[in-house]
Design a protein around this ligand. Structure first.
Ligand SMILES: [Zn+2]
Length: 248
């Protein structure tokens, strides 16, 4: 019931209404509260053109009732008090050395390690290179993007809850990332690039999941283009990542 009330509060605040939320008879999903996601799209480096689409798509997906989202560029919301109202923090298309204080950094790490969720999307690995604990949370740092083209994505672990019942492989036009260190071995790799599909060889993980203390962290390297955010397959992956990281 608590989660249902919060969901309604978000819906009101995004519509600019100041009226008291009306009591509702049914929670949005029977038997469990909708996950509450704080989506940060702040940038201190490269800024993706897909950010407005990412925010629109997340709001539209939230309208289905599977989760509630509050999208922001306000770094000050990353603090222990505010995070008490959320289940998942999502860094979507963030970049550069976002100026978090030491207290804020501790608040984010404590939030996840105490049993909550963290999701990073695309350039979330091109973010906060100078904060090694963030590197641990996100799993790897961006190295380069050698292939911006159609490529084939292999779903390595379709039975993982964060894989959302994805097909075994799918083709998508993306800016495919490589990473400074291959995170395989430290994380549970969920998606990888089929190197032959871009004329390459090697191991290129594209999405992964890991435990972080009592919490859960997920990263997905896709999301460069607005079209990716509009892609139902990508949306399903994000929805299942939200459910899994939130502990549902
Ligand atoms: Zn990009």
């Amino acid at each position: 019931m608590f989660g249902a009330i919060v969901l309604l509060t978000f819906a009101c605040s995004s519509g600019g209404s100041t009226t008291e939320p009306a009591p509702i008879a049914q929670p949005p999903v029977a038997g469990r509260a909708a996950a509450r996601v704080l989506m940060l799209t702040a940038t201190a480096g490269f800024r993706h053109d897909s950010i407005p689409t990412a925010r629109q798509v997340m709001a539209a997906m939230a309208a289905s009732g599977a989760f509630a989202v509050n999208a922001t560029e306000d770094l000050s919301l990353i603090n222990a008090d505010t995070l008490r109202s959320y289940d998942v923090v999502m860094f979507a298309l963030t970049s550069g050395e976002l100026p978090f204080s030491t207290v804020q950094r501790s608040a984010l790490l404590d939030f996840v390690s105490s049993g909550h969720g963290f999701i990073g999307v695309h350039s979330a690995t091109d973010t906060l290179y100078e904060w090694p604990d963030y590197g641990r949370l996100i799993g790897a740092y961006f190295k380069e993007h050698p292939w911006t083209q159609q490529g084939r994505v292999v779903v390595e672990n379709p039975s993982h809850p964060a894989s959302g019942g994805a097909a075994e492989r799918f083709s998508i036009t993306e800016e495919f990332y490589t990473f400074q260190e291959n995170p395989r071995g430290r994380v549970d790799v969920l998606l990888r690039l089929d190197p032959a599909s871009v004329g390459a060889t090697g191991d290129y993980p594209l999405a992964w999941a890991q435990s972080f203390g009592a919490g859960r962290a997920y990263y997905n390297a896709l999301g460069h283009f607005p079209e990716t955010w509009r892609d139902a397959r990508f949306q399903r992956l994000l929805t299942s990542a939200i459910a899994w990281t939130s502990g549902q």
